[in-house]
Design a protein around this ligand. Structure first.
Ligand code: AMP
Ligand code: ZN
Length: 476
């Protein structure tokens, strides 16, 4: 039984979607004015894994991520660059999609853009005015927070505490300092749309309420974002959505990812520790980064460093090698089947416990350690073991590519086999590895090292792991 920690109740709750196996899920998307950084990557990788696991558990998930393509930051950046704000947003939206794809993130079912939902946003603002939740002053519309009985339910703060923590837009005309903009009157040079209150553009919070209502309905199952969005953004979404429909709660489970810092510091351009997804992927592959992300629980902060990424890369290699190592097993009786059953159970139990990926990883490592003590198993269980490791890593979005040796390299390998008088049976690399093991048993380390050196020239590395030899493609 899957249990999920709900920020609203501060408890782990049984996961029971509103409608059978159907799950509506919304995650606040990026404001597209710059290159995505590794903090964004952490949050979207974490939610990607949550979606993958829900689908693995046979939930029918509709996953929606919005694109904020009109906003103060976009306009500011566009003015600095002398570019049209909507064009700049369009450019960075493409970059966002490219980077998410490079991280192995599966496409969401919908990516609604603010500029394509202006009629829905205007209709929602109108409804809030009619319901007495919002008021207009000279072309601006504000939400009236004092009217609501319960503001701060998600962050568990009083209105005063929220006021102390928030950056408040100073505007003498507001009825209460915490009232927030739903609609902003157009300023010269800014993108604007026609509305009952004159030309203007939406405030930030209202877009999510309007878009999620359109794509997921007035009430749905999971809403996510990183912790920084709890207050005021998600608090405001609650006011807007529930203020408009009167239906409570509009979200059943609120999920928030922990923040990613770089060597203990908040990432910022001024500190020079800002790492974009592109920079990261020039140095490491997405698998290593994803491994780092799953090594921490999604609610925990991550302290990023290249050192920890290097460690992630190595740990992942160990698991991948086990998936290959098991293929060298001889046909025979062993405890492998029982170990596999136990590992499957532990992996799923960990993931069922609020997507506890570090614990799920621990189950994989325990299993791997035990497997390495064995030498044989039935052909069926051996295949299942390799498949289990691959499919478990696949839930983490870690792609396990089959080790395929291209034809040209295979030809060179055959020459090496010939040179050392090795008889080839089945895969040439396996025959060489086996022959070399025989040589080592006979303590002929000289020839064994020569073979190793020859293979390295071709781009294949042999490593001795415990009693077995594993091979890796280093460059082909
Ligand atoms: P933004 O484009 O800044 O609005 O952020 C898009 C999403 O990424 C939001 O859910 C943010 O909360 C999240 N996010 C931004 N910075 C970080 C970070 N350093 N660590 C984790 N998530 C982040
Ligand atoms: Zn949002």
């Amino acid at each position: 039984m899957l249990r999920i920690y709900n920020t609203l109740t501060r408890r782990k709750e049984k996961f029971v979607p509103r409608e059978g196996k159907k799950v509506g899920m919304y995650v606040c998307g990026p404001t597209v004015y710059d290159y995505p950084h590794i903090g964004h990557a952490r949050t979207y990788v974490a939610f990607d894994i949550i979606v993958r696991y829900l689908r693995f558990k046979d939930y029918d998930v509709k996953y929606v991520v919005n694109i904020t393509n009109v906003d103060d930051k976009i306009i500011k950046r566009a003015n600095e660059a002398g570019e049209e704000p909507l064009k700049l947003a369009d450019r960075f939206e493409k970059i966002f999609f490219e980077d998410m794809q490079a991280l192995g993130i599966e496409k969401a079912d919908a990516y609604p853009r603010v500029t394509e939902h202006i009629p829905e946003i205007v209709a929602l603002v109108r409804k809030l005015i009619e319901n007495g939740c919002a008021y207009e002053i000279e072309g601006d519309v504000y939400y009236s927070v004092e009217k609501v009985g319960k503001y701060g339910a998600l962050s568990r703060q009083s209105l005063k505490e929220m006021m102390a923590g928030a950056r408040i837009e100073v505007d003498e005309r507001k009825r209460y300092p915490m009232d927030f903009a739903l609609w902003k009157k157009a300023k010269p040079g800014e993108p604007s749309w026609q509305s009952p209150w004159g030309r203007g553009r939406p405030g930030w919070h209202i877009e999510c309420s309007a878009m999620l209502m359109k794509h997921l309905g007035e009430q749905f199952d999971i809403h996510g974002g990183a912790v920084d969005l709890i207050s005021p953004h998600h608090e405001n979404e609650i006011l807007q959505s529930e203020g408009a429909t009167g239906k409570k709660p509009f979200v059943k489970y609120w999920l928030h990812t922990g923040f990613l810092k770089v060597e203990g510091e908040k990432m910022s351009k001024s500190l020079g520790n800002f790492i974009t997804v592109r920079e990261l992927l020039q140095k490491y592959d997405s698998n290593s980064f994803r491994f780092l992300v799953v090594s921490a629980h999604y609610r925990s902060p991550i302290d990023f460093s290249y050192g920890s990424l290097e460690k992630s890369k190595k740990s992942l290699e160990r698991l991948l090698n086990t998936a290959e190592f098991v293929k060298t097993f001889k046909e025979g009786q062993s405890n492998l089947g029982n170990l596999l059953k136990k590992a499957r159970k532990e992996f799923e139990a960990a993931m069922d416990d609020d997507f506890n990926t570090p614990q799920a990883l621990a189950a994989l490592f325990d299993f791997s350690k035990e497997v390495r003590k064995l030498k044989c198993g039935s052909r069926e269980v051996v295949a299942q073991t390799s498949d289990f490791l691959k499919s478990a890593l696949n839930i983490f979005g870690i792609l396990v590519r089959e080790k395929e040796i291209p034809g040209e390299a295979k030809r060179k390998l055959t020459e090496v086999a010939k040179k050392f008088g090795i008889r080839v049976e089945g895969e040439v690399i396996e025959s060489i590895v086996k022959a070399r093991e025989e040589l080592r048993k006979k303590k002929d380390y000289k020839t064994s090292d020569e073979i190793r050196a020859e293979l390295q020239k071709i781009g294949i590395l042999l490593e001795n792991e415990e009693e077995k030899t594993v091979w890796k493609i280093i460059s082909l």
